[in-house]
Design a protein around this ligand. Structure first.
Ligand SMILES: Nc1ncnc2c1ncn2[C@@H]1O[C@H](COP(=O)(O)OP(=O)(O)O)[C@@H](O)[C@H]1O
Ligand SMILES: [Mg+2]
Length: 281
């Protein structure tokens, strides 16, 4: 595999994507993401966010254009080398995609076992991470018996267990309340601070405007890149929130900041301090 010498983790050049004989859902997409960067991928429902993420984690091939991942041009990378590239990417899926016949432990263990890790290491790391996301007493539970928030944390643990260099999340706050949404965002920020490159798809502009970061804007399949933005203290004017909604959002963020890893709603479970992941990642 020929590797480029620069710092780009992902590069797209004139990438187009169509499903079957349908219209192009991504058109002439050009961007590159530097190692260690943090971007929100923003766009209305149907804009192409999930499709773009699928191209990045190599679940889809582009109809045209060039995609390079970790400096490797995908088109000239042989089939048997792709799984190794894919293993460097952690994905938090919108609909979790946990295997329902396996326990939470075995779901999280899967990426390590696939990579051939020794079972004593698997046990150590999976126990550590599941404890860290507050699920130490649910390790043997099967996903259908877990709440949405619990399944989401299993899916996050699975995404980071193999120490990905790139973490992708598809609308990770779609099924949680605003406090949990901010907590998850702060968790992704912490992973980023520890060195992981992060891309998070969302259509929640309010949260995005509060957190700043670079942005990939998708509109009808066209992508525009915006550099990191200053955080907005108040977003009411920009996003046409009512004063009441704006206040509720601010209160949610304050609650998340005051208790960043704290109890999950109605559950006696606690996130570990993300800083402690420094030993892990
Ligand atoms: N498997 C598929 N087959 C055909 N069309 C699809 C498929 N997946 C997505 N699309 C279409 O591609 C467009 C972008 O979808 P998607 O990437 O899911 O957008 P988003 O994640 O932003 O909501 C939509 O018009 C959607 O209907
Ligand atoms: Mg989507």
């Amino acid at each position: 595999m020929a590797a480029a010498s620069d710092d780009a983790i992902i590069r797209f050049e004139n990438v187009g994507l169509r499903y079957g004989l349908g219209p192009e859902v991504l058109k002439d997409v050009n961007f590159e993401l530097a190692k260690g960067s943090f971007h929100f991928l923003i766009g209305e429902s149907g804009a192409g966010k999930s499709s773009l993420l699928k191209l990045i984690y190599l679940a889809l091939k582009p109809s045209r254009g060039l995609i390079s991942l970790f400096g490797h041009d995908i088109a000239v990378t042989s089939r048997h080398q792709l799984p190794a590239l894919r293993r460097r990417v952690g994905v938090v899926f919108q609909e979790f995609r946990l295997l329902n016949h396996l326990s939470a432990f075995d779901n999280v263990a899967l990426p390590l076992r696939v990579a051939g890790a020794k079972e004593n290491l698997v046990k150590k790391h999976v126990t550590e991470l599941l404890t860290w996301v507050g699920l130490q007493s649910h390790m043997e539970a099967r996903p259908p018996t877990l709440s949405g928030g619990q399944q989401q944390r299993v899916s996050i643990a699975r995404a980071i267990i193999a120490r990905p260099r790139l973490l992708l999340a598809d609308e990770p706050t779609g099924n949680v309340d605003d406090v949990m949404g901010f907590r998850l965002m702060h968790l992704f920020e912490e992973l980023n601070r520890l060195g992981t490159t992060v891309v998070i798809a969302t259509h929640n502009m309010q949260v995005v405007e509060r957190l700043g970061h670079g942005r990939l804007l998708l509109d009808d399949g066209n992508l525009t890149v915006k550099p990191p933005q200053p955080k907005k203290e108040t977003v009411a004017a920009a996003s046409r929130l009512s004063k009441g909604e704006e206040d509720a959002l601010a209160a949610a963020e304050q609650a998340a900041i005051a208790d960043p890893f704290g109890d999950f709603p109605d559950e006696n479970e606690t996130f570990g301090d993300p800083a402690s992941l420094g030993n892990y990642l």
